[in-house]
Design a protein. Sequence first.
Length: 191
Amino acid sequence: MNISRSLQWIKMVGYEEVGFLKMLIMPLLFVFIVMAFINTHSLSKMGKVSMSVIEIFLGMTAIVALIGIGVSLSFNLDTSSLNIWEAETLRFDRLEANLDDLDHQTITERILYGIPSNPFLDFTGSRSTSAVAIVLFSPLTGIALLKLKKDAPTAAQRLEDLMESLQTLVLKLLKMIIQLTPYGVMTLMTK
C-alpha cells in the first residue's frame, strides 16, 4: 500500500468526525431551544430572558467590532497582504453568484425562503437556510408545548419527558463525538 492511499484512509477519519459534528447540529438546535422554553415554565419569563439575551448579544457584538476596528487602525492593517488562493477565489465567485440571485429576489421572497415549509426536511440540512428554519420552528414548538400544558397537561408532560430524553441522547452523542475529536484533528493535520 503506498503512502497516498494510506493518507486517504487516515484523512477519512477526520472527515467523518467533522461529518458527525455536522450531523448533530440540527437535533442539538431543536432540542435545546425547545428545552429552554420548557424550563422557563412561562412565556412572560421567556420574553424577558429573550430580550436580555438579545441586548447582551448586540452589546458584545458592538464591543468586538470596536476592538477589531481599533486593532486594525492601530496596526494599519488592510487586506493587501492577504494571499488569495484558488479555493478562496472559487468560493468568492460562488458567493458573488448567490448575491446576484439575491439581488433578483424581493425582500418578501427572501423572508419566505427562510420560513420552514417542511421543518423535518430542514432537519436534513437540505437548504442553505435550514439552520435558520430550525431556529424559527423550535421556539414555536416550545411555545405550543407551554400552551398545551393548559389544555392537555398529560400529553404535555409526555412530550416534555420525550424532549428531556432526546436532550440526554443528543448530549451523549455529542460527548462520544467530542471524545473522537483529537483523533479527527490529528488525521486532518496528517499530510
